[in-house]
Design a protein around this ligand. Structure first.
Ligand SMILES: NC(=O)c1ccc[n+]([C@@H]2O[C@H](COP(=O)([O-])OP(=O)(O)OC[C@H]3O[C@@H](n4cnc5c(N)ncnc54)[C@H](O)[C@@H]3O)[C@@H](O)[C@H]2O)c1
Length: 251
């Protein structure tokens, strides 16, 4: 299969979890993937695991200068950019209610989860346009759609990503940019982040009872949704939100 044949796609936070699975699936479906992460060891491991058409970039998504360097480098080396997966994110300490959250922690979470996504859209859109159009996928969360009393800054950050995605989608559409922008909303996925929030089997068993399909998601479950949104199969889809959560949001 080659659902994204010859596309050049940047995946942030691809040194682990959902980003790694997404990078692997995109390469398997014919894309060239730039794996970026603040964690060099994880990013290099991803490239080594998937082999083929992937390379690594050191990237702190909260830093404007990193975005300029990486997007310019892609246009220079690969000659085009067809897709961006704004996946990098942090959850912060758990639990963190709005009463215990510190300003420093709040700002750190928003600088990566929201500012990182803003910068990604800002710097990728000119490159996507120059390449004939493209697709941006922003990784939000089920946390954008429900209250998250134990992850207060995280929930706020993902709500911002959901809304900002629609803003970018509508702005690009009205300007005729041929750039689509959509968000994905994972439920509880077993990655280092998910495992950190649910460290022991007792807590996991309790949480499973709230998932209609009865199990946590795997990184690949999200990667398949992102693959669809990056591919031309979704050419009529923009400003939407794809919830992949085992049914939790439907309860
Ligand atoms: N795992 C879940 O249950 C879940 C649920 C909903 C949404 N999400 C979202 O999915 C995305 C991926 O999460 P995951 O579960 O794979 O987590 P993960 O911790 O396994 O991977 C996140 C990756 O992002 C990288 N990263 C962190 N800060 C960065 C920065 N400033 N610049 C660049 N890279 C940075 C980390 O080094 C890591 O490799 C996140 O945006 C997360 O909020 C995850």
């Amino acid at each position: 299969m080659s659902r994204v044949a010859d596309k050049v796609v940047l995946v942030t936070g691809a040194g682990s979890g959902i980003g790694r699975a997404t990078a692997a699936l995109l390469v398997a479906e014919g894309a060239t993937v730039i794996v970026s992460d603040i964690n060099r060891a994880g990013g290099l491991e991803t490239v080594q695991q998937i082999g083929g058409k992937a390379r690594f970039e050191d990237h702190d998504t909260a830093q404007e200068a990193d975005w300029k360097r990486i997007i310019d480098g892609i246009l220079e080396r690969e000659g085009k950019l067809n897709g961006l997966v704004n996946n990098a994110g942090i959850a912060g300490p758990f639990p963190a209610t709005f009463e215990t959250e510190t300003v420093e922690q709040w700002q750190k979470i928003l600088s990566i989860n929201v500012q990182g996504v803003f910068l990604g859209c800002k710097y990728s859109v000119p490159a996507l346009r120059q390449s004939g159009g493209g697709s941006i996928v922003n990784t939000s969360s089920l946390a954008a759609l429900v209250g998250t009393p134990d992850l207060s800054a995280y929930g706020a950050s993902k709500g911002a990503v959901r809304q900002f995605t629609k803003t970018v989608a509508m702005d690009c559409a009205r300007k005729g940019y041929k750039v689509r922008c959509n968000s994905v909303h994972p439920g509880i996925i077993m990655t280092p982040m998910g495992e950190g929030i649910l460290p022991d089997e007792k807590k996991r068993d309790r949480m499973r009872k709230h998932i209609p399909l009865g199990e946590f998601g795997a990184p690949e479950d999200i990667a398949y949704g992102i693959l669809y949104l990056i591919s031309d199969e979704s050419r009529f889809v923009t400003g939407t939100e794809l919830v992949i959560d085992g049914g939790m949001n439907a309860i």
